[in-house]
Design a protein around this ligand. Structure first.
Ligand code: NAD
Ligand code: ZN
Length: 408
């Protein structure tokens, strides 16, 4: 779907002023992301740009999203002349696995899909990854459209073409790079997203601010009240800017040979926390929020990242009810998990580190004698254990307590 066509379409529908577009430039595999309120009702018409009338469409959703939005999506698709069938998986990470995938394969074949049919992923990242991989593998590849319904899916998982499932041995071990034909993000559906999930999605948006765009970080600081109130213009800006940044990173490095790795800022400790506590204890966004605080502390030591900027990051996480410390976790277990991470080479953990707000480097190995004190420093409740929105008067005084080997 090319962007000019998309603009023309929204112009004709009189939706131009309400809808933002981001183009993911990947040559023949390029596609457009549409962001706006009420787009679910236009899903059928939007899909007409990537599939002909009469095409069979197979919608995959989950048991939370389905009851809320499946009917609207299917009706819109039918009204546009598609032949629609659908399948609902249980909500939650366990659905991103072999058995539910097998069921989708079989049902898709029973629904007589062919190579010109269309899969539609209607849900969060779980449905997006699962349905995307079903699309990549059924009949060796059927086009698909992402309709992300969680904030995390809108700003992260629906963009970039990674699809896949988990195995009992670990997360995302089987999958494919497979780009969608289009992404349709209807901001209205965020009103039903549980607030904890919303905040977890914001952690990835904050990440884009740290790794790429200081202005986005400031926007998150300055417009927090409106963002919390789900102001459509603010949400639209956040989703659009996040998609632009991810799209640019993916354009430069689709298959994670280099630059794409900066998207892992905060993920070395984040993944280790998920691993040690068991998936599901903390949401991914929560784990990487703590992980970003840790990466910032390590960056202070290795890259001269200003400690005031770490404090700023902590305050922003607190404003959005995200965790900023990792009290209760054992260093040995976490270190083991960090070295077992698939991105650790030679059992030395690798970190994306920040030079300043808005700029990070490629992942690098960091020695244990830097990592361990930084870890212990972060297990105590952070000095900014203040009410959200309050500034810290004298962080130095609090940091003095841990001067010496404990202070980075
Ligand atoms: N492919 C990628 O590049 C990529 C990137 C990041 C994460 N992921 C994957 O994404 C998954 C996490 O995604 P997620 O956080 O969206 O999880 P999720 O899909 O489990 O959604 C979170 C919860 O919110 C519910 N939900 C979603 N949208 C809703 C809505 N509008 N209203 C009410 N409830 C709603 C879901 O049913 C679920 O219970 C993980 O499996 C992760 O590995 C993939
Ligand atoms: Zn992440």
């Amino acid at each position: 779907m090319d962007l000019d066509k998309v603009h023309r379409f929204f112009h004709e529908e009189g939706m131009e002023h309400l809808t933002e577009h981001v183009s993911v430039e990947l040559g023949e595999r390029s596609y457009a992301i549409s962001i706006g309120s009420g787009l679910l009702e236009l899903l059928g018409t939007i899909c007409l740009d990537v599939a002909a009338k009469g095409t069979r469409v197979f919608v995959v959703t989950d048991s939370h999203v389905g009851p809320l939005y499946l009917e609207t999506a299917c009706e819109s698709l039918r009204a546009a002349g598609f032949q629609v069938s659908s399948h609902e998986v249980e909500a939650g990470e366990p659905s991103k696995s072999v058995e539910p995938l097998g069921e989708i394969w079989q049902q898709a074949i029973q629904a007589r899909l062919d190579r010109k049919s269309l899969f539609v992923a209607l849900g969060g990242g779980v449905v997006g990854d699962l349905c995307g991989f079903a699309a990549a593998s059924t009949l060796r590849g059927i086009p698909f459209v992402q309709v992300p319904t969680s904030l995390l899916a809108m700003v992260d998982s629906a963009v970039g073409g990674k699809t896949g499932i988990n195995l009992p041995q670990g997360k995302n071990l089987v999958g494919a790079f497979y780009q969608p034909q289009a992404v349709v993000a209807d901001l209205e559906v965020l009103t039903s997203l549980p607030s904890r999930e919303f905040h977890a999605g914001l952690a990835e948006v904050i990440k884009y601010g740290v790794i790429w765009d200081e202005a986005l970080f400031r926007f998150l600081e300055e417009r927090a009240d409106e963002i919390e109130a789900l102001d459509p213009a603010c949400l639209s800006h956040l989703v659009k800017r996040s998609c632009e940044i991810k799209a640019e990173v993916v354009r430069q490095d689709e298959r994670e040979g280099g630059l794409r790795a900066i998207l892992n800022f905060g993920h070395t400790l984040g993944h280790a926390i998920e691993n040690v506590l068991g998936y599901g204890e903390w949401l991914h966004g929560e784990a990487i929020a703590a992980g970003m605080v840790y990466a910032a502390r390590v960056s202070e030591r290795v890259k001269g990242f200003p400690p005031e900027e770490t404090d700023r990051l902590i305050r922003l996480f607190q404003r959005y009810e995200l965790p900023v410390d990792w009290s209760g976790l054992e260093w040995d277990a976490v270190f083991r998990a960090m070295t077992a991470d698939k991105k650790a080479e030679n059992a030395v953990p690798r970190f994306v580190l920040a030079e300043k707000m808005g700029k990070v480097g490629l992942p690098e190995e960091v020695a244990k004698d830097i990592l361990e004190p930084a870890f212990h420093y972060g297990t105590r409740p952070q000095p900014m254990g203040l009410k959200p929105g309050l500034t810290v008067d004298k962080p130095e005084a609090l940091l003095d307590e841990v001067e010496g080997e404990d202070r980075l």
